[in-house]
Design a protein around this ligand. Structure first.
Ligand SMILES: C[S@@+](CC[C@H](N)C(=O)[O-])C[C@H]1O[C@@H](n2cnc3c(N)ncnc32)[C@H](O)[C@@H]1O
Length: 352
């Protein structure tokens, strides 16, 4: 997945090829301003105001108590970038905004946009971090309100990949016990349990995450098939030979190499013979020589972001496979997720 500005017309392509326009401004000024326009529109409920049909800018402003002139400008910016449609003087939702930007859509990302306000503030620390390398350990510094916005944001982010992961993960036939480490809202477990009728899941989460995570999970009506357990994956004993599958989704980027190796070893002990470790995350390059691989671009950006916010960063396929092998597991071929370009499912099997 390539981030940033892309040429659409012949002249734009030519200008890019000849390096005539300032790409760094497209990658920064236009990108961050439009990012904030989408977030502000979502927060103010401009998309919700179009839920039941097209409206004029004045009607939307009146419905959301926003300034009419400012509202019109924001709507036009959204229109120019394909986030809205326009007909007979009325703005309306299109496929994109109806799917992702309404709170009651099963695919909504409005909670993630809300959490991004916090992430936005964190990224202002890049300058200082670049000099002193001092990271913010986000899980130790979140306020209760930030924990709520974080867990809801993660829930939004999981919707599409959770369904794909459940469909493609090599869960052993007849599997009964799943441990979902750092599973937050539990939606990956929910989808895996829906896919595998004999499966029940325990979501191991930090105590601070539990109240909101439990509330989010309750909406799925999974009863005792998916439950939470408060704990710490780095400190807790995970048992011996009790699990058919262990999922670690979007967690290894919070841990350093030694912590990930020790976690893989604990998981290997917790698996039954034939059991599988499922690691899902955005993947970074293994060496600068691989930097042009499209599948590693998301991981390259998140590597910097998680180094700032969580003391670690993204990891390469090779690094994950090395931990899995060192733990006595046999890695399977990576499965690259279509619903989250740049993220892969790296599974490994315990053979005996
Ligand atoms: C980025 S979120 C991923 C949530 C979920 N797995 C997903 O993919 O949507 C990371 C989660 O791991 C949890 N976590 C972080 N450190 C942990 C630890 N040491 N033990 C258990 N959970 C942890 C966090 O509370 C957070 O909910």
């Amino acid at each position: 997945m390539r981030l940033g500005a892309h040429a659409e017309t012949f002249l734009e392509r030519l200008a890019f090829r000849l390096n005539l326009g300032p790409k760094p401004l497209a990658d920064t000024q236009a990108a961050f301003q439009f990012a904030r326009i989408i977030m502000a529109a979502s927060k103010a409920g401009l998309f919700e105001a179009l839920h039941d049909g097209g409206r004029t800018a004045q009607e939307i402003a009146a419905a959301r108590s926003t300034d009419p002139q400012a509202t019109e400008k924001v709507l036009d910016a959204l229109l120019a970038h394909g986030y809205l449609g326009y007909r007979d003087g009325r703005y309306k939702l299109n496929r994109l905004s109806r799917k992702w930007l309404l709170a009651d859509s099963p695919h909504t990302v409005v909670h993630k946009l809300d959490f991004q306000e916090i992430e936005w503030r964190w990224t202002e620390g890049f300058d200082q971090w670049l000099y002193d390398g001092t990271a913010r350990d986000m899980h130790r510094t979140l306020s209760p309100e930030e924990w709520r916005r974080y867990q809801w944001g993660m829930r939004d982010l999981s919707t599409a990949p959770a369904k794909e992961l459940a469909r493609r993960a090599p869960v052993p036939k007849g599997a009964e016990v799943l441990l979902d480490i750092g599973g937050s809202h539990g939606f990956y477990s929910v989808e895996l349990c829906r896919r595998h009728p004999g499966l029940t899941a325990t979501v191991l989460e930090l105590p601070e995450a539990i109240p909101i995570a439990v509330e989010i999970l309750a909406r799925e009506s999974m009863g005792d098939r998916v439950v939470h357990r408060a704990g710490n994956a780095l400190e807790d004993d995970l048992g011996v030979g009790t699990c058919d599958a262990v999922l670690i989704a979007n967690l290894i980027h919070h841990f350093d190499a030694d912590q990930n190796l020790r976690l893989a070893q604990k998981v290997a002990r917790a698996l039954r013979p034939g059991g599988v470790l499922l690691v899902m995350d955005a993947m970074r390059i293994d060496s600068p020589a691989d930097a042009d691989q499209p599948s590693r671009r998301l991981g390259a950006v998140l590597d910097v972001y998680f180094a700032l916010t969580s003391t670690s960063g993204t990891w390469s396929v090779e690094a994950v496979h090395n931990w899995q092998r060192a733990a006595g597991l046999s890695p399977l071929r990576p499965i690259w997720l279509q619903t989250m370009p740049g993220a892969a499912l790296l599974s490994a099997v315990r053979s005996n």
